[in-house]
Design a binder for this molecule. Structure first.
Ligand code: ARG
Length: 462
């Protein structure tokens, strides 16, 4: 199709080739081709049902569209820039294959409702896929957690050792974040799954179409009730990128923890060879490239969200060509999120070796049991704030003496407060410190075991 033939006879000359290139979306929207075909088949069948075109015409159109799809999948259909976009490319090819009747497909439709339909069909599938990937990621977290209920790891606030916790508890926090992501995407899917098809260019159509029929054929839950809104709404793209950004926030935070745990100063985890890389010059190094890349790629998804918000904020109704810019960021956001989820799932499933020796040493050699000394006194009737100040003093003198709390003699304890008895030693072991935090949602081993059971049944029942 030469450029001069794309448009109505109003146009006398072809597009400047540089402008044609500038205007074209086919280099990226070709990805929508399977959805474009799906939408066009539903549209053609509806046109026949409503008597707008003949049944036999619709049949030819559908067959032609199916051939285009298989040609595309076999790599035999590779439209170039002269087609401007995927919608024109398909329509043009259809007419090449089935002749004049192909020109009837675009009756009662515009590329504006068409592209909106394609984009929703695409995103609906991708959301489904990402939710499935989130489930696999959750499985990997859960499996790791199950192996590490009694592995104790330093818990931090302000990146200062705070209180020891069960490693499983730590991992399950990420499980819960992923659960929110999974639920959030279901919510985004609801508003993605609305049909704009039949909204026409902006105002509907003069033909007696049946929008419910196409919506039903395409599996949409409902239809836009306002044609202007239908063709220009991209809220679902923004909502998706927001949900994807939060997935990336969560993956990035976990990445940061793994990178930190793997550094030599911590040595809490080592990376298995299948998931780590070396240095080109320093032979001793093993680098956490996977979590670093996930952390690094997070910014891309945030960028796409920001780009979409800015794209939309000044747009008057209805369609504007600016909207062609909705695709590349969305596609990249989808691909990036999927790639990161997949890599993190593999890393969790096979790439991490927690160093229990090192962890035991870490939690036994700090002051992260100090709160428990205060809690001990509080249980013996000392008001908590008073106990807190007393223990602060003990930490200070112990630090000065180069001692840990567990190194103090019973006399020293009793000098601090007569309520101390020999059971203080047991109360401040990492095991006790963790297991006593048995409040709902806490790190106590019993709590963690029941959280694991709950997480399992959640995955089982969905
Ligand atoms: N390639 C266009 C896009 O991606 C398709 C819709 C074009 N509509 C129009 N009126 N120019 O948005």
């Amino acid at each position: 199709m030469s450029q001069s033939k794309t448009w109505s006879d109003r146009f006398e000359s072809a597009l400047n080739p540089v402008i044609a290139q500038f205007n074209a979306s086919i280099p990226f929207d070709i990805e929508l081709l399977p959805y474009d075909i799906q939408g066009s088949i539903a549209h053609a069948q509806m046109l026949a049902q409503t008597g707008i075109i003949a049944e036999s015409e619709a049949e030819q159109i559908v067959q032609g569209l199916q051939q285009i799809l298989s040609d595309y999948q076999n790599g035999e259909f590779q439209p170039g820039i002269e087609q401007e976009d995927v919608h024109f490319a398909v329509e043009h090819r259809l007419t090449e294959i089935i002749g004049e009747v192909g020109k009837k497909l675009h009756t009662a439709r515009s590329r504006n409702d068409q592209v909106g339909t394609d984009l929703r069909l695409y995103l609906r599938d991708e959301i489904c896929e990402i939710r499935h990937q989130l489930r696999q990621y959750q499985q990997a977290l859960l499996a790791l957690a199950e192996n590490h209920v009694e592995t104790i790891i330093p818990g931090y606030t302000h990146l200062q050792r705070a209180q020891p916790i069960s490693l499983a508890h730590h991992l399950l926090a990420y499980f819960d974040m992923a659960q929110r992501d999974w639920e959030r995407l279901a919510d985004v899917a609801k508003r993605t799954n609305i049909s704009p098809l039949g909204c026409g260019a902006l105002a509907g159509t003069t033909f007696p179409i049946d929008r419910n029929q196409t919506a039903q054929a395409l599996g949409f839950e409902s239809i836009y009730s306002n044609s202007l809104d239908g063709v220009s709404d991209r809220d679902f793209v923004i909502e998706f990128l927001n949900a994807a950004s939060l997935i990336m926030v969560h993956l990035s935070r976990l990445s940061e923890e793994i990178i930190f745990w793997a550094c030599q100063e911590c040595g809490f985890v080592t990376l298995k060879d299948s998931c780590a890389t070396g240095s080109s010059i320093m032979p001793q190094k093993k680098n956490p490239d996977v979590p670093e890349l996930v952390r690094g790629k997070t910014g891309r998804v945030f960028g796409h969200l920001q780009q979409m918000l800015v794209l939309m904020k000044g747009l008057p109704l209805a369609y504007n060509k600016d909207l062609q810019e909705d695709k590349e960021g969305l596609f990249d956001g989808v691909k990036t999120t999927k790639a990161c989820l997949q890599a993190m799932t593999i890393l969790l499933a096979e790439g991490l070796e927690f160093q229990t020796e090192r962890l035991n040493q870490a939690v036994a050699n700090d002051f992260s049991n100090a709160t428990d000394v205060a809690d001990y006194l509080t249980r013996k009737g000392v008001p908590f704030r008073e106990a807190y100040h007393l223990v602060g003093k003990v930490v200070k003198t112990s630090l000065a003496a180069g001692k840990l709390l567990q190194d103090l003699t019973l006399e020293e304890w009793q000098d601090i407060h007569p309520a101390f008895e020999s059971d203080i030693y047991d109360a401040i072991t990492p095991q006790q410190v963790v297991s006593r935090r048995n409040s709902y949602g806490g790190t106590g081993f019993d709590q963690v075991r029941s959280a694991i059971a709950q997480a399992k049944s959640l995955l089982h029942n969905s």
